[in-house]
Design a protein around this ligand. Structure first.
Ligand code: ADP
Ligand code: ASP
Ligand code: MG
Length: 621
């Protein structure tokens, strides 16, 4: 048998839910189908609850949009038994409406009430799916997915759950029917109250059932072609990975690859059940397989993932050196207070340990650690905790890293050349993951340069800012436009023009400006100035960027130093900077050298004949 899980986007629209029906009904095996709430409904349920708890009547309209989502879906996809289903749905929605009314009246939203409210998402969606699919039986996961309270959280009681799942779906009942299960929701083993497995938890529900029943496979059906080399919303050139080991998948998920909820991997991994990640909208594609033994594709890095909103807490003090037990105290104190740590970095001198936690846990973590070490801090042997928030943690993952020297060198070299400074880093001895912390503003750029350097070596991407659209600039843009395709094919060079400025206007586009219509775009854009231009170029903080100056402007030449300081190469047809004071010229050259970027001005001498290059070659030889 197989367990198939369909996420929110796979039950988000009439079209997607009909795809789900086709996929499920064409399976040969007996199947258990786990479904999420209709796409976006869980967020909406929570937002409506918050609005009601603030005593804001707007919650009523929000509730009505939840009602409409479900009514519309039923009217669009259900023909047989539609009236019955509408009655059942309305009964559940009436309960939900009363709960919201209560929250609105008492202006209070307890975690228990919130858990009850969000459970309606999956309870409603699973009914629709069960009615849509021929010969389906609906189950109530609250009766067999059981949680217990630990450290103030509801955590799975795995032993009890395993027993109950086997009872619910034992081999006798499994055959002959398609079983529909609402994902995400569960109930407390002691009080029976409704709980859940955490946001994204439907994946976990499916994995728990697959493990308990010894399924042949767990299939995660979602809205992308598989597990990808990076988050496709941030890296448009990310591509699908054919196969991952459990360890690689676990590392990528733990570090933010949202496509699978992290606890999902463990239950199927210990039972050696493969996971397939597939696209509901493109079911014929093979997707990604995750299993123990995968064919070695010799790639050292399989994927990159990241978590934003992270804080780094640094525990420092001279008394820590060589003292046994400081780390035990740090981690015990944090664990006792339910604070989870996802990265640790300790200098070998042992006088500082940095701990990565989520921003929302940072204040509590500092308080806990300051209390734990209060005596040492008072005696001056240790310093009060230091916290830096608004950071992001990035991980590069791949089991083949352990056989390949130079990966860390390449990684940090790439980051350095792009002007990204690394605040902390860690590599486990298993060598399957190197993680590092950067400032949150540098996350997108870090992901791009790493992806570019490790995955896209078949071509190099340059992001150009072109300033000046007169004879020289206009011709350059025209040449780029007509040669883009050829450069890509013959030189493996992708030129992406991300900014164009005239003397008083500027347009920027991270995705690339359409060079056929840039003049119209410039005309339609607001007035600019050299400060705005500088802020636009630096603020985009894009990787492999080059500023090309085709003006004769002194103000523009004065921006070069800032650009080079920000690791943006400068290519100037403009002669002002290179023919200014020798001091200024030297500073620009030495900044470029230090930063590992280029400052080029070949056309400044001899009307573009290669005179500077020739003289440089002569000097070198
Ligand atoms: P579902 O509703 O199916 O559970 P999710 O939104 O939870 O879907 O997860 C799928 C999304 O995860 C994708 O749409 C994609 O934007 C995002 N994502 C982040 N990292 C990755 C990655 N490495 N590979 C694939 N998708 C990723
Ligand atoms: N509906 C829940 C959520 O949005 C669970 C899930 O989709 O996996 O978090
Ligand atoms: Mg999900």
């Amino acid at each position: 048998m197989k367990v198939l899980k369909f996420g929110g986007t796979s039950v988000g629209s009439a079209n997607s839910i009909l795809n789900l029906k086709n996929i499920v009904e064409s399976q040969d095996f007996p199947v258990v189908v786990v479904v999420s709430a209709l796409g976006g409904v869980t967020d909406l349920l929570i937002k409506t609850a918050k609005t009601a708890s603030e005593g804001n009547e707007a919650y009523k309209d929000m509730f009505q949009s939840i009602v409409r989502r479900h009514h519309d879906m039923i009217n669009d996809v259900i023909t047989d038994g539609r009236e019955d289903l509408l009655l059942e749905t309305d009964a559940l929605l009436a309960e939900l409406s009363s709960i919201y009314h209560g929250v609105y009246l008492i202006r209070d939203l307890s975690p228990k009430t919130q858990a009850t409210i969000v459970s309606y998402g999956e309870r409603l969606s699973s009914r629709i799916v069960a009615r849509l699919i021929t010969d389906a039986e609906l189950h109530d996961s609250r009766t067999f997915i059981k949680t217990e309270r630990k450290h103030g959280r509801s955590l799975l009681d795995s032993e009890l759950t395993r027993r109950l799942v086997v009872e619910e779906f034992g081999p006798k009942t499994l055959y002959g029917k398609i079983h529909i299960v609402p994902g995400f929701i569960s109930s407390d083993r002691d009080s029976g109250e409704v709980t859940n497995l955490g946001r994204g938890g439907s994946d976990y529900t499916a994995s728990i059932i697959a493990a308990a029943l010894g399924a042949e496979a767990l299939e995660i059906w979602t809205d992308v072609d598989g597990f990808m080399t990076a988050d496709p919303r941030v890296i448009p050139t990310a591509y699908t990975i054919n196969a991952l080991s459990y360890v690689e998948a676990m590392e990528l998920c733990n570090f933010g690859a949202k496509v699978i909820y992290p606890p999902t991997i463990y239950p199927v991994c210990v039972n050696n059940i493969p996971i397939y990640v597939k696209n509901t909208f493109n079911p014929l594609l093979p997707g990604t397989v995750i299993r123990n033994e995968i064919e070695d594709d010799r790639k050292p890095i399989k994927g990159i993932s990241s978590i934003s909103g992270t804080s780094l807490i640094t525990v420092t003090g001279l008394s820590m050196v060589g003292v046994i037990g400081v780390n035990r105290r740090i981690f015990t104190a944090l664990a006792d207070n339910g604070i989870s740590v996802f990265m640790v970095s300790q200098a070998s001198s042992e006088n500082s340990t940095s701990i990565g936690v989520r921003d929302e846990d940072a204040a509590a973590a500092v308080e806990v650690l300051d209390n734990e070490f209060a005596k040492e801090i008072e005696e001056g042997a240790m310093f009060p905790m230091h916290v830096e928030s608004g950071l992001a943690t990035v991980a590069i993952v791949g089991e083949n890293m352990k056989h390949t020297p130079g990966i860390a060198g390449k990684l940090f070299g790439t980051l350095g050349r792009s002007g990204i400074s690394v605040i902390a880093c860690a590599q486990g001895a298993s060598e399957t993951n190197i993680s590092f912390v950067v400032h949150g503003d540098y996350l997108r750029k870090s992901l791009n340069v790493i992806h570019d350097s490790f995955f896209l070596s078949e071509y190099k991407e340059l992001n150009l800012f072109i300033c000046g659209v007169g004879t020289v600039g206009g011709m350059l843009i025209e040449q780029i436009r007509s040669q883009q395709e050829k450069l890509m094919q013959t030189h493996r060079l992708k030129l992406n023009v991300v900014g164009i400025a005239s003397s008083h206007k500027a347009v920027f586009s991270r995705a690339g400006i359409d060079l056929a219509t840039y003049r119209e775009q410039l005309d339609a854009s607001p007035e600019s100035s050299s400060e705005r231009l500088r802020d636009g170029v630096v603020g985009m903080n894009i990787f492999n960027s080059v500023f090309v100056d085709c003006t004769a402007s002194k103000e523009v030449a004065e921006l070069y130093q800032t650009f080079l300081d920000n690791n943006i190469s400068v290519v100037a047809a403009n002669k002002v900077a290179a023919s200014s004071s020798y001091e200024t010229y030297r500073r620009l050259k030495s900044t470029a050298l230090q930063r590992g970027v280029k400052y080029l001005f070949e056309t400044n001498v001899g009307a573009g004949l290669p005179i500077i290059g020739t003289i440089n070659d002569l000097v070198s030889s």
